[in-house]
Design a protein around this ligand. Structure first.
Ligand code: ZN
Length: 169
């Protein structure tokens, strides 16, 4: 195994990142090596730190560094509204937009007959439990417009009908 092989291994790993193909991974690795002190070493340290500490919020499924994410730990976000999203990336996009002031619930996917994903595979039972625990009066469904997304939205609407208001984003 040559020294060069270690660099090739790094390029192969980088190429697995979303949005990066082999060519851009190669360019990124070269850039990192050329900026070793200012960029590559801090990046490696930051990646190790997050690899050690990142975990799923026990309540909503967001990614943070504690048992509860910052949003669930913030009492000001307990305004009786929960926004239901498919993935953490959707939650983060909504937070960046800064329009929603309540809390979130990450399903971790959508119902899919094809992939045999039922309500128990998602966090739907936990959502129903939260309606009671957190005195929720409105659920906002921010699910995709795909067939699976719409199926999931209908299923959740039926599950929680009569417990609180439901609307779609
Ligand atoms: Zn949370």
């Amino acid at each position: 195994m040559s020294d060069r092989q270690e660099i090739e291994d790094l390029i192969d790993l980088m190429a697995r990142l979303p949005g990066l193909g082999p060519r851009s991974a190669r360019r990124a690795v070269l850039h990192l090596i050329q900026k070793r002190t200012r960029l590559m070493q801090p990046l490696a340290a930051a990646m190790q730190q997050v690899a050690d500490t990142a975990r799923e919020c026990v309540r909503c499924g967001n990614i943070g560094t504690g048992d509860l994410c910052d949003i669930c730990a913030d009492a000001r976000r307990a305004n009786g509204e929960i926004c239901v999203v498919e993935d953490v990336s959707d939650l983060w996009a909504m937070e960046r937009a800064g329009v929603f002031k309540g809390r979130y619930h990450v399903l971790g996917g959508t119902l899919s007959a094809l992939d045999a994903i039922g309500p128990e595979e998602l966090r739907i039972p936990m959502l129903v439990q939260r309606l009671v625990d957190e005195n929720i009066r409105e659920v906002i469904l921010a699910l995709g417009t795909t067939v699976d997304g719409q199926t999931t939205a209908h299923y959740i609407s039926d599950e929680i009908a009569g417990r609180c208001d439901v609307s779609s984003l």
